[in-house]
Design a protein around this ligand. Structure first.
Ligand SMILES: [Zn+2]
Length: 427
């Protein structure tokens, strides 16, 4: 029998049934922090996670294992809930529930083989994250990394929440340990954890990251897909940061760092704040701002904006207050206008990064300031192109600035919105 659900994801109905039997709707909702209270007649109620309300209109029918909100008409079963809450498609929701239920989804033979290969890579990455994390917390060799984090003021709770790590300085410490734990060289290579020695002296492999501070990077579901590695004192690597090379799982442009740790906060605040660096995001969380994520690298991408759209309607972006940060801001806003996101930009003063500002003001005050002082992207662009000293210097420069500005406005797809913006600036 093929149901519409299984047809969509090529997941056999028997597996879906197994998941339904193992994950009850109330257990699932409690895992998502819904405060369920008895409502009589085999029903529970809670404040709706899908709209803002003060009295509960989210009703759960235990008998039929479904939920319905009388306020916003959201309704469905465990699969629909995960789809709606996590903003994922049916196959991903089924996958997440299967993991929760301890059910291994059966696929067609070909898919199953691919799926298995992918799982091996996830496992290797998870092993590596654990290996680096333990090394950071416990090994004498990680003293430098611990001192660096202490100097930044990052507490151990955050180091655990973000599973920070340190890679040993040796050539093949991870390789040796991971191999002993049963991860094959081929899988470690596919995971981007090791690299083949191509200098002619043999064909051995060595660890990709040696003697670095390690930031595990997760997908939206919280699975490790790659790593960011920061240079530590005494390392002669010219690059301050390196990432896992592009693999089947890791694509830098599709990732928002700290997203899994921020989901609850984003939902609560109905906003997402994007900063540039790993440490900025973590220090924001440490200051109670658990809805701050980081874009990896400076250029914001189409993929990033699509990911943002799934989680929040309102997006604040904070770029470092140096010229590289401002250039990144300009490149990013062009994409964001096209995506019709409500984006605000917080102008940091010269040379500052969010970390400094949070340390100086404290989390609450900083967030108040972000909400009060952020400008929309058109104001930001206007200020950058029209009201700069350069534009004022000559009519030609001013004309170029205006053209620049208008080309941004032209990217707004909604006619009415475009007219509103134009009316505001053009007099
Ligand atoms: Zn609702």
């Amino acid at each position: 029998m093929v149901t519409t659900e299984s047809a969509r994801g090529l997941i056999p109905e028997a597996d879906l049934e197994l998941i339904r039997n193992k994950v009850s709707i109330d257990e699932l909702l409690r895992d998502y922090d819904l405060q369920l209270v008895e409502a009589g007649g085999g029903r529970l109620k809670a404040l709706c996670p899908f709209h803002n309300e003060k009295t509960p209109s989210f009703s759960v029918n235990l008998d039929k294992q479904f939920y319905y909100c009388f306020g916003c008409q959201a309704g469905g079963n465990i699969f629909t809930f995960v789809q709606e809450y996590e903003r994922v498609g049916f196959p991903e929701a089924a996958e997440m529930l299967a993991r929760k239920a301890g059910v291994v989804l059966q696929r067609t033979a070909k898919r199953d083989d691919q799926y298995h290969k992918t799982l091996e890579v996830y496992d290797a990455l998870d092993y590596a994250a654990g290996f680096y994390h333990t090394y950071l917390l416990e090994d004498a060799g990680a003293q430098g990394a611990r001192e660096y984090l202490a100097a930044r003021g990052m507490n151990e709770e955050m180091q655990r929440t973000f599973r920070l790590g340190c890679s040993p300085p040796g050539w093949d410490e991870l390789l040796k340990n991971a191999s002993a734990a049963g991860h094959s060289v081929e899988v470690l290579d596919r995971a981007g954890l090791i690299r083949q020695n191509k200098t002619g002296k043999g064909s051995g492999f060595f660890d990709e990251f040696r003697g670095k501070l390690i930031f595990p990077i997760s997908d939206a579901q919280g699975r490790t897909i790659g790593f960011g590695a920061r240079r530590l004192a005494g390392d002669d690597d010219p690059a301050k940061y390196r990432n896992t090379r592009e693999t089947s799982l890791f694509n830098k442009s599709k990732v928002l760092y700290a997203l899994p740790q921020s989901k609850q906060g984003i939902r609560r605040e109905k906003a997402i704040v994007v900063v540039e660096g790993y440490t900025d995001a973590i220090m924001a969380h440490q200051a109670g701002l658990d809805f701050f994520v980081a874009s990896l690298g400076t250029a914001f991408t189409q993929e990033n904006t699509q990911a943002l759209k799934r989680y929040a309607d309102r997006v604040y972006m904070i770029f470092d207050g140096d010229s590289a940060g401002l250039k990144a801001a300009e490149r990013s806003i062009e994409l964001l206008v096209g995506e019709n996101l409500d984006v605000l930009i917080y102008p940091l003063s010269d040379g500052k990064d969010p970390c400094d500002a949070i340390a100086e003001l404290g989390g609450d005050v900083f967030w108040e300031s972000v909400q009060a002082d952020s400008v929309d992207i058109f104001d930001f662009k206007w200020n950058r192109t029209i009201e700069t000293g350069e534009a004022a210097a000559s009519p030609q420069m001013l004309s170029r600035g205006v053209k620049d500005f208008l080309s941004l406005v032209a990217k707004i797809s909604d006619k009415v919105a475009r007219r509103v913006v134009l009316n505001k600036y053009v007099e």
